[in-house]
Every structure is written in structure tokens, then in C-alpha cells.
Design a protein around this ligand. Structure first.
Ligand code: UDP
Ligand code: MG
Length: 319
């Protein structure tokens, strides 16, 4: 019989002092149960990543880890955002386990599906995506914006799994692959499909946050959406080039038309049409420059190649 896999749950936490005391025991008990039922190896753990929280989150993680041999934690040197915190946890865990399962700490992802994910892993899938089957618990606005976002991303050629956030299992081969992606503009759910390997999905129902508030208000959501698009797709740039060509052609036709007009009618051309044209092309050019600027900004960040996270503390001794 094949040996049971060592599974590490990786859970980013930012200002979650209200939530952690409630959800941590649930994570711990599911791992303990799976160990007891000999579904996974006894070395399996729950790893909390403190993403530079300003409240007592790290103290809570340390206390939990003292009490339970299953719970461990790392703390980043400052707040780096969900994606970076998650990557820090995955990179920390990859050499200590056979597979990681990333999950939010607010109780929104259905932890009973962890068992299904592990079964898929045992069947040979290297990546298992948790996919929401309904968005009943979301507001209409969140549902609408999220769904349009997935559609837009796919239309732009970025291959993201529909309705999948960051609840996923990744085997150590996929993690090693992910480590080879050195970009600092992180959008993990777009990067993991690029890593490849056989993958499958597990459906789950997303619950409401147990306590506290979402860290993704509209501005951050738009930011993530924009990051996702510009770090995964060059299509907006192609679109600009295409639009540029089209407008040059129209402009050329316009010039010919104007020349003919002058030759035939000696007409004084209208002031309004000139102003309209100037405004319109001014707008188009600004948008185009803006999009190109976004890409250049990304290149600037990538070229600097700053560390994506710095682990300041761990609940275990490094050797
Ligand atoms: N999170 C984080 N760093 C941040 C913001 C969020 O580590 O800067 C964590 C947060 O603690 C949670 C997960 O990322 O475990 C998802 O965040 P949240 O629940 O606020 O987002 P939503 O579920 O509303 O999309
Ligand atoms: Mg949440």
C-alpha cells in the first residue's frame, strides 16, 4: 500500500483576531480526524501565515501552536496582501509535505471538502481546485462583479478556473513548478493553471464570513482584477494597436473627404467637428497610454525583483 500523504493546510490571516479562535479548532480537528482515520500521515499540520496583522492575530497563533502539536505559524515582516501571504505559506510548506491545501481563515470555504480533495490527490491529481457552486451568500454586486471578472479574464485569454478562488490542493510537484514562476505581480489562481499537471475540481458552497469584515472592498477588488488581467494577458496591448490602426485608417479617409470637400464646395469646415475629433482622439490616446503605462509599471516591478515576502518569525526552530 502507498504511504499516506503528509498534508499541510496553509491559511493566510490578516487582522483575524475575531475569527481565528473560532475557526482554528475546526481546522485542527479536521486534520486530527484525518490522521486518526489514517487518511493522511501523522506529520500533517495546519500552517497559519500572519500577514503583518495589526491586532492580536500573531499572539493567538503562537498560543494555539503551543497548545497543539498540529498547529504551526509563520509571521511576515509586514502586510503584503493575501496572494503574497499565501505564497509565503506554500513555499514554507512545500518541502515539509506531499501536498498543501490553501484555504481562507474566515470559515467561508467548506472544510468538509478537504477529504474529497485528498481523495482526488490520491487518485493522481496534482492540483485540485475548489469551485463554488453557488453565490447565494454574496451580495448581488459581488456576484455580478466576480462573474463578469472571470468572463473578461477568459475572453482576454487568461486561463482561470471559473468561480475558483484560492481554495485548492497542490501537490509538491506543482508547488515546485510554482516556485519557478518568479513574478512579483502575483495572481495565483491564474498562475497555477500555467504550472500544468493533471487537475480536477471539487464543488463547494461558500458560506458567509463567521466574523469580522472582508478585506476586499471594491477598490482592492478592482486592483486584483486589473493585476489579474495585466499579469496574465497581453491582449489589451494588441487591442490598442488594433484600435490605433483602425483610427489611423478612419483619419486617412477623413482627410481625403475633407480635401474633396474643399476642392468641390470651397466650404468653411465646421468648428464643432474639429473639437469633437480632438477630444475623441485625445481620450483614446490617454486610455492607450494609461494601459501601456500599467504594463511598464509591471515591468518596472519585475525588473527590481524585490522579495515577494520576508518571513520574520516561525513557531518552530529553524535548523
Ligand atoms: N488576507 C491576508 N492579507 C491581506 C488581506 C487578507 O492574508 O492583506 C487573508 C484573510 O485573513 C483571509 C483571506 O486572506 O483569510 C481572504 O480575505 P477576505 O476574507 O477578507 O476576502 P474575501 O473572502 O472577502 O474575498
Ligand atoms: Mg473571506
Amino acid at each position: 500500500m502507498e504511504q499516506n500523504p503528509v498534508i499541510w493546510l496553509v491559511i493566510p490571516c490578516y487582522n483575524e483576531e475575531q475569527v481565528l479562535p473560532k475557526t482554528a479548532p475546526q481546522f485542527e480537528s479536521i486534520i486530527q480526524t484525518l490522521i486518526n482515520e489514517r487518511d493522511i500521515a501523522p506529520l500533517s499540520k495546519v500552517l497559519f501565515v500572519n500577514d503583518g496583522s495589526k491586532d492580536a492575530t500573531w499572539e493567538i497563533i503562537c498560543k494555539l501552536s503551543e497548545k497543539s502539536p498540529i498547529i504551526e505559524g509563520i509571521s511576515l515582516s509586514r502586510n503584503r496582501g493575501h496572494q503574497n501571504a499565501l505564497l509565503a505559506g506554500l513555499m514554507e510548506a512545500q518541502h515539509k509535505c506531499d501536498a498543501t491545501i490553501s484555504i481562507d481563515c474566515d470559515g467561508q470555504d467548506d472544510i468538509s471538502k478537504i477529504t474529497d480533495m485528498i481523495h482526488c490527490y490520491k487518485e493522481g491529481y496534482e492540483v485540485v481546485y475548489g469551485v463554488r457552486n453557488s453565490r447565494d451568500t454574496d451580495t448581488f454586486f459581488k456576484r455580478f462583479s466576480a462573474e463578469s471578472f472571470y468572463k473578461l479574464l477568459n475572453a482576454l485569454g487568461a486561463n482561470v478556473v471559473y468561480n475558483h478562488a484560492d481554495y485548492r490542493l497542490m501537490g509538491s510537484k506543482a508547488l515546485a513548478g510554482l516556485q519557478e514562476f518568479h513574478e512579483v505581480n502575483l495572481f495565483l489562481r491564474g498562475m497555477v493553471p500555467l504550472v500544468g499537471y493533471p487537475s480536477t475540481t471539487v464543488e463547494y458552497k461558500r458560506e458567509e464570513r463567521i466574523a469580522g469584515e472582508s478585506h476586499y472592498p471594491l477598490t482592492k477588488m478592482l486592483h486584483l482584477a486589473f493585476d489579474g488581467i495585466t499579469s496574465l494577458s497581453e491582449k489589451p496591448i494588441h487591442f490598442i494597436t488594433g484600435a490605433g490602426l483602425l483610427f489611423s485608417l478612419l483619419g486617412f479617409i477623413g482627410i481625403i473627404w475633407a480635401l474633396i470637400n474643399v476642392a468641390v464646395q470651397h466650404a468653411v469646415t465646421g468648428w464643432a467637428s474639429i473639437i469633437c475629433t480632438i477630444c475623441f482622439f485625445g481620450g483614446v490616446q490617454l486610455i492607450a497610454l494609461g494601459i501601456i503605462g500599467e504594463y511598464i509599471g509591471k515591468i518596472y516591478l519585475e525588473v527590481k525583483h524585490r522579495p515577494r515576502f520576508i518571513v520574520a518569525q516561525r513557531t518552530w526552530d529553524d535548523d
